[in-house]
Design a binder for this molecule. Structure first.
Ligand code: AMP
Ligand code: ZN
Length: 468
């Protein structure tokens, strides 16, 4: 499996730290509003990376945080006249709802920054002890120049950064030793949430959160750290500086970054006001369409959001779902015979398409090509399956399409909710069949129920049933 590593700017063979296991950290959203579809891009693409790795046999420990203490959250709370806690809790729930509707799997752990303050205080203390950080009147800064590899991930020259920084010194940070130094801990301001610390009451800076949560849940060195490409600098560069200075070992072996979701060729962002929330889109489309749209491009390429491309994604998705529905409709009536030679030949074609799917995904997660392999399978099914096909042949094609779609997080078959009253009606029909000595029909109904996961038990008090 090859992954493009931002650290080396090369595609590299993936070698996990521990055989068969992946430790992966994805920077999550700051929760002060509904997420926009730009924020949804890393969620979808890295969920797909995780799903593919699981399909390839890895056990993935997937950690993704929520940043629930931040200036923007405090501002939103003040505007509404509620606590920051209320704002962050509300939007974490809303974000989780969007993630479910996008069929993004729950992370193994979704840590919250506010629940990890002791770990942050510990890491900051270690950085101070090692001379990588210093306290100036309750603000703790990281001594950026002391970390010699600072420009490695961003490929930025530290002296160019210095020139840029001199002109944009943040108010209140004049006492820094060097304009490049960044904040690890800041003192509280009136009306803001705060925690006790050795440097006085205050709150952590943004970058320290991820270093600490990654260490706590995944260990000092992890396999993959991921996020949008805007995080390369400064966020991920600062995370590396903090973690490697504090832990004394390499932080992450692979760094993955998704390209921007643009609108009119400009990055979609809250600050530019050119955004659609995931919730806005859900009013017009099933969010599966948004997921399919995102996966139609390579995760590192920019994509321009447009109504036309969403319609194209919708049509593509419908093509797959319709094929699976048709197969589901025809399969029960197909003959249970051995496959004939022509069917066996077509299964080899199917297998080759599955190989094409796998090798596209193994090549730095080329989901666009993986989707085209699924389209070819759909075509193979549409052209070759009719009422004369063998059941085995049709089932194999259908199962492959469903499985590979699921690797991309695309649901092709909605589980049908079987209502209690439908079950009871079928049991009544079975009792009537038995009364009429039509045992074949009674058995058939019992088997149909079994296929739906309903188990019957004939007792002295009558028929009882339960869901398997
Ligand atoms: P934020 O809440 O701004 O910290 O962003 C959360 C995640 O969404 C980060 O990984 C960002 O890089 C990513 N992100 C934000 N805007 C976009 C965009 N327009 N396109 C792609 N990714 C984005
Ligand atoms: Zn982060």
């Amino acid at each position: 499996m090859k992954i493009y590593n931002t650290l080396t700017r090369k595609k590299e063979e993936f070698k996990p730290i521990e055989e068969g296991k992946v430790r992966m950290y994805v920077c999550g959203p700051t929760v002060y509003n509904y997420i926009h579809i730009g924020n949804a891009r890393p969620m979808i693409v890295f969920d797909t990376v995780r799903r593919y790795m699981e399909y390839a046999g890895y056990e993935v420990n997937y950690v993704s945080n929520f940043t629930d203490v931040d200036d923007k959250i405090i501002k939103a709370a003040n505007e509404e006249g509620v606590t920051s806690d209320e704002i962050s809790k509300r939007y974490i729930e809303e974000c989780k709802k969007d993630m479910r509707d996008l069929n993004v799997l729950e992370a193994t752990k979704h840590p919250l920054a506010t629940e990890e303050i002791p770990g942050m205080i510990e890491m900051i203390s270690t950085l101070i002890d090692k001379g990588f950080a210093y306290n100036k009147n309750g603000t703790v800064y990281y001594r950026t120049r002391k970390f010699s590899n600072y420009g490695q991930l961003s490929r930025k020259n530290i002296d160019d950064l210095e020139a840029g920084h001199r002109s944009i010194l943040v108010a209140g940070e004049e006492e820094k030793e060097d304009p490049l130094d960044f904040v690890l801990w800041k003192p509280k301001k009136p009306g803001e949430p705060y925690w006790e610390s050795p440097w006085g009451q205050g709150r952590p800076g943004w970058h320290i959160e991820c270093s600490v949560m990654s260490k706590r849940y995944l260990g000092d060195t992890i396999d993959i750290h991921a996020g949008g490409e805007d995080l390369i600098f400064p966020h991920h560069s600062n995370e590396i500086a903090q973690s490697e200075a504090a832990n004394g070992v390499k932080f992450s072996n692979y760094w993955m970054h998704n390209g921007f979701l643009n609108i009119d060729n400009k990055k979609m962002s809250k600050s530019l006001g050119n955004f659609f929330t995931v919730r806005d889109i859900s009013k017009k489309y099933d969010l599966q369409v948004l997921r399919f749209f995102m996966l139609s491009a390579h995760y590192r390429s920019p994509i321009n959001f447009s109504a036309d491309l969403m319609e194209a994604a919708k049509n593509g998705l419908v093509r797959i779902i319709t094929a699976v529905e048709k197969l589901d409709g025809i399969i029960p009536s197909l003959e249970e015979r051995e496959m004939n030679e022509s069917e066996k030949g077509l299964l080899t074609d199917l297998e080759n398409l599955r190989i094409k799917f796998n090798s596209s995904m193994e090549d730095d997660f080329n989901t666009a090509d993986a989707i085209s392999a699924i389209f070819e399978m759909v075509k193979l099914a549409n052209v070759n399956i009719d009422e004369k096909s063998s059941k085995e042949f049709a089932v194999k094609i259908k199962d492959t399409i469903v499985l590979l779609s699921d690797v991309l997080g695309i649901i092709t078959e909605k589980e049908q909710e079987i209502l209690d009253e439908d079950i009871e009606k079928m049991i009544e029909d079975r009792q009537n069949a038995r009364k009429n000595k039509d045992f074949a029909k009674a058995d058939e109904i019992r088997n149909s129920l079994l296929e739906m996961g309903i188990i019957l038990e004939d007792t002295r008090e009558g028929v009882k049933w339960k869901r398997a």
